[in-house]
Design a binder for this molecule. Structure first.
Ligand code: SF4
Length: 325
């Protein structure tokens, strides 16, 4: 299986008045061509920073990114800002949590959708508008001709997210990053948007990185899952394998915190007590130790190494689930 994006030993630090803030630490992730990878973790776990850094979207004198990112044969980390920017649209694209802030409120949908087609693909105004209508139909928007003339505020949240998806796929990207694309939507619309993304990914043979805090969202919507905690990938496995045989206590705690159909009615959901460690003062041992029901003395003194099972299942724990103490 060929890799479309390969992230190797990537770390991201921010200079802050309180000292260096390590948001991402030594991340390795492979995104296979044509497959989807879920990146899961609590708010503040580093998943969005990791994705933005991988795409070259984090810039500025206070950001320090190290490691390498190879995308479709290009080493992004060795390219200039302008060269990386040229890969946007046809190479990589991104959709965000809140389409209302990502869309320009005073421009009609047709103008916003056709702009990328004219700039990146050199289409004429009329061709770009005709293609824009096709794209709205591709993302299952009814009455596409009327929507082209609408302003964002005239559409529902679900329709706006469909428009954002149409903009993202307009130039046939090979890799789509979707950052919490359904968090702002109600449950029924969430399911529709996830189904749309799944169908588009298969029809257009795109790879996708689905960033979410909800482990339930990656089940059935991704081929692989990377679980992030305190800036590190702590577990990585094919999605089915992860759910059948999870090794990390943190992944288990995330799973216990989501509603499931096999929970008896009236069962209370667990919350993960405690907080993520302070990224400016990392503990010596495992960052999850104060919150982990399996923690032993070693967990508070020694940082766990990454282990890989013979089947490729990766985890970072001294006492993984399923191994007798
Ligand atoms: S290393 Fe220890 S504290 Fe960390 S997840 Fe594993 S058992 Fe829990």
């Amino acid at each position: 299986m060929s890799s479309l994006m390969s992230i190797k030993n990537m770390s991201v630090n921010f200079d802050t008045p309180g000292g260096s803030l390590e948001a991402v630490r030594g991340v390795d992730i492979e995104i296979p061509a044509g497959m989807s990878v879920g990146v899961v973790g609590e708010s503040g776990s580093g998943k969005t920073v990791m994705c933005r850094a991988a795409m070259g979207l984090l810039q500025g004198s206070t950001v320090n990114r190290t490691g390498t990112v190879i995308f479709d044969g290009h080493e992004l980390t060795a390219m200039s800002k302008e060269q990386v920017r040229e890969l946007f649209g046809s190479g990589m694209a991104m959709i965000f949590q809140d389409p209302l802030t990502a869309l320009n409120p005073v421009r009609r949908i047709g103008a916003q959708l056709s702009e990328g087609l004219r700039i990146r693909l050199g289409m004429s105004k009329s061709d770009a508008m005709a293609r824009s209508k096709e794209l709205l139909e591709l993302v299952r928007i009814p009455n596409a001709a009327a929507v082209l003339k609408s302003f964002p505020y005239q559409l529902s949240g679900g329709m706006r997210q469909r428009v954002m998806i149409a903009i993202a796929i307009a130039c046939n990207p090979k890799l789509l990053f979707a950052d919490e694309p359904t968090t702002a939507l109600d449950v029924t619309v969430q399911a529709q948007i996830l189904q749309l993304l799944r169908e588009l990914r298969e029809d257009l043979n795109m790879s996708m990185v689905l960033v979410t805090h909800d482990l339930g969202v990656v089940a059935g919507n991704t081929d692989y899952v990377a679980v992030m905690y305190a800036g590190e990938v702590v577990e990585y496995a094919p999605t089915k394998k992860l759910f059948a045989d999870m090794r990390m206590p943190y992944t288990e705690a995330l799973l216990d915190s989501i509603p499931r159909v096999d929970h008896k009615s009236g069962t209370r959901l667990s919350v993960i007590a405690g907080r993520l460690p302070d990224p400016t003062h990392r503990p010596a041992g495992c960052g999850f130790a104060p919150r982990c029901k399996y923690a032993q003395d070693k967990c508070t003194t020694d940082h766990p190494e990454l282990k890989t099972d013979p089947d490729g299942h990766v985890y970072r724990c001294w006492f993984p689930i399923g191994e007798a103490l």
